[in-house]
Design a protein around this ligand. Structure first.
Ligand SMILES: C[S@@+](CC[C@H](N)C(=O)[O-])C[C@H]1O[C@@H](n2cnc3c(N)ncnc32)[C@H](O)[C@@H]1O
Length: 455
């Protein structure tokens, strides 16, 4: 069953509570549950009404799967206020507006979404069907259309729509046409048996998007930022700790917090350290990739090198100064691979995808870009070139290298990263430089070993 996941009753009750908070339904109101499955939310609405002695509103459940639709129909056969429709919610007109919409729409990514004809049908109908969209994004858009003015919607979906580029049109739509009143990041184990990163979104149709959104993070921290209205990522606005005026964040005490070097052609430029011809050694610098770094282990001796066609001042060497490296790069297989790169279209054919920063050869702290357990290591000599799967930071004061690394490896920073970093598909953390730069650095962090000894 595509996209079927049962919502546990505790979560359902929490969401129904939000749906009717300060907005008690009347018997004449209409409630919609799109993708109702066996009717978990419908049962939740009826429970809410029964507990409070309120007449139930008119409830419509729409379900694509015939077996689930039949199951729901049977379950609510004795409830005259409930109607179950077997249909594709995204392609069927319901012909009426709803004061309340609640649900757990299907999470089905573009790749798993039927054939190209079906994808194109969605693309033609939905502004949010852009890039690598997911079905739940289209449910948001469609539900926004079906919601009556001032009507309220509560959905539980993956948190990804808050930040992925493909959800930009959806974010724009939501802030243009509704007021997103609350976003709660639900616990990772909200759906037993699955590790998910769900967000419960509450919005009211038609109010201005410029108001504050009440945010609750997984660690319990609450905030009330205004969300940007242009479709930009909402994630930075959700971040936990407000930086006190005048206090430092990581970027204030660093010369650089950046991703390592992307060449766009590692097969040509990156070689095993034991396999560097003598003629190329003058251009070879030790390099490290994310897969070389293992949390819990010391930094390994570099196993690879990168061949660098740049001078130490960051300038690309002219081809006549490349000598044996030039001849190596010009070998047909290598030259073809380099010229195939679209990422260097406006640069000389043998340039790296990234510019070559002059400070990359300074003592630095390095870390993996995607990791289950954030870990930081010191490159004390500054000789190692981080490749693109490794990030690095250079403290303003080289004397801070040890205390800073020690603090970055502390539990308090681990907690901050777990709360603030985006998740990769497997639940691993993405330690993006934009997030790391905002890490609040308490004054005590730079005295960290002393404080820890005294603790
Ligand atoms: C995540 S499940 C949620 C089920 C139920 N609402 C619950 O919370 O327990 C999503 C449901 O949407 C249904 N679904 C998927 N695509 C649909 C579509 N285009 N129209 C209507 N229902 C759809 C699936 O069959 C599935 O039952």
């Amino acid at each position: 069953m595509k996209g079927y996941v049962l919502t546990p009753d505790t979560l359902v009750d929490e969401m129904v509570e939000r749906l009717f908070s300060g907005k008690r339904p009347l018997g004449s109101d209409r409630v919609l549950d799109p993708g109702c499955g066996g009717g978990a939310f419908i049962a939740g609405v009826l429970r809410w009404c029964q507990t409070r002695g309120v007449a139930p509103p008119k409830i419509t459940g729409i379900e694509l799967n015939p077996a689930l639709a039949a199951k729901a129909r049977k379950r609510f056969a004795d409830q005259p206020s409930v109607q179950i429709v077997h249909a594709d919610y995204l392609l069927t007109s319901v012909g009426q507006e709803f004061s309340f919409i609640i649900g757990n729409p299907p999470y089905v990514s573009l790749e798993k979404l039927g054939d190209e004809t079906q994808r194109n049908r969605y693309r033609a109908r939905f502004t949010s069907a852009r890039g690598r969209f997911d079905l739940y994004m289209l449910f948001f858009e469609r539900a926004l259309k079906d919601l009556a003015p001032n009507g309220r919607l509560v959905f539980i979906t993956p948190e990804k729509y808050l930040y992925v580029a493909s959800a930009k049109p959806l974010r724009q739509l939501l802030t243009e046409q509704s007021r997103v009143s609350a976003i709660d990041l639900a616990p990772e184990d909200a759906f037993p048996g699955f590790t998910t990163y769900p967000a419960i979104t509450t919005l009211e149709k038609g109010s201005s998007g410029a108001n504050c959104t009440s945010i609750r993070l997984r660690c319990g921290t609450t905030r009330s930022p205004s969300l940007p209205t242009g479709g930009q990522s909402w994630w930075p606005h959700l971040l936990t700790e407000e930086t006190r005026a005048g206090s430092d964040v990581l970027q204030d005490i660093c010369i650089r917090v950046s991703a390592g070097i992307a060449t766009g052609a590692d097969d040509v430029y990156v070689r095993d350290i034991s396999n560097v011809p003598a003629r190329l050694r003058a251009f070879a610098r030790p390099a490290i990739a994310g897969r070389d770094l293992v949390p819990g282990k010391v930094m390994p001796a570099p196993r690879r090198v990168i061949l660098v066609p740049y001078a130490d001042n960051g300038r690309l060497l002219p081809s006549e100064k490349l000598g044996s490296l030039g001849r190596y790069l010009a070998e047909p297989l290598h030259a073809e691979a380099l010229k195939r790169r679209t990422c260097v279209r406006h640069k000389p054919w043998y340039a790296f995808h990234d510019n070559y920063p002059t400070d990359i050869l300074r003592p630095k702290i390095i870390f993996k870009d995607i990791t289950k357990q954030p870990r930081f290591w010191i490159d004390r000599t500054g000789e190692i070139i981080p490749l693109h799967s490794v990030y690095y930071l250079i403290p303003r004061h080289a004397g801070h290298l040890d205390v800073l690394c020690d603090w970055l490896n502390s539990e308090e920073v681990g907690r901050w990263l777990a709360t603030n970093c985006q998740r990769a598909a497997n639940g691993y953390l993405r330690l993006q430089s934009a997030v790391l730069r905002r890490l609040p650095v308490p004054e005590t962090a730079l005295l960290y070993p002393a404080r820890r000894e005294g603790a």
